[in-house]
Design a protein around this ligand. Structure first.
Ligand SMILES: CC(C)(COP(=O)(O)OP(=O)(O)OC[C@H]1O[C@@H](n2cnc3c(N)ncnc32)[C@H](O)[C@@H]1OP(=O)(O)O)[C@@H](O)C(=O)NCCC(=O)NCCS
Length: 104
């Protein structure tokens, strides 16, 4: 999903990647241009991802987030994701992840 600035120059404000299988989906990432953060755009994209999944009979959305990525972790929490598991060394030697999930 791509979020464009339709009131100005149609520049890309951010995007998300969602993988969908039968009744489950996985968020690969939500990304907002660094100059455009803190204006609810991440929340707008995430809400669209959730709505799209709900409309397509998805029962659960999962994702991994770096434990040090507080903005992203808080964003997912705000939209109802629960932390279900700690994944030690998931990204590298000293970077753990949380697995989070949202039941629809
Ligand atoms: C995470 C990211 C998508 C948030 O996008 P954003 O547009 O700045 O976020 P929003 O303005 O929509 O904020 C929504 C909520 O996210 C959380 N949040 C966002 N930035 C935050 C920050 N700097 N510190 C703490 N919480 C933050 C808050 O819960 C916020 O809600 P609030 O404003 O009511 O407190 C953005 O920081 C980003 O692109 N990061 C780099 C890419 C990345 O790490 N993606 C996640 C990979 S899993």
């Amino acid at each position: 999903m791509i979020l464009e600035n339709t009131t100005n120059d149609y520049s890309i404000l951010g995007y998300s990647i969602q993988y969908i299988t039968l009744h489950s989906s996985h968020i690969g990432t939500v990304y907002i241009d660094p100059n455009e953060r803190g204006q609810d755009f991440g929340g707008i994209i995430l809400q669209h991802v959730i709505d799209y999944a709900r409309d397509h009979d998805i029962l659960r959305i999962k994702l991994q987030v770096n434990t040090s990525n507080i903005p992203a972790y808080r964003l997912y929490q705000k939209y109802g994701f629960q932390t279900i598991e700690l994944l030690p060394l998931y990204y590298s030697q000293d970077a753990d992840a949380y697995r989070m999930a949202l039941l629809l």
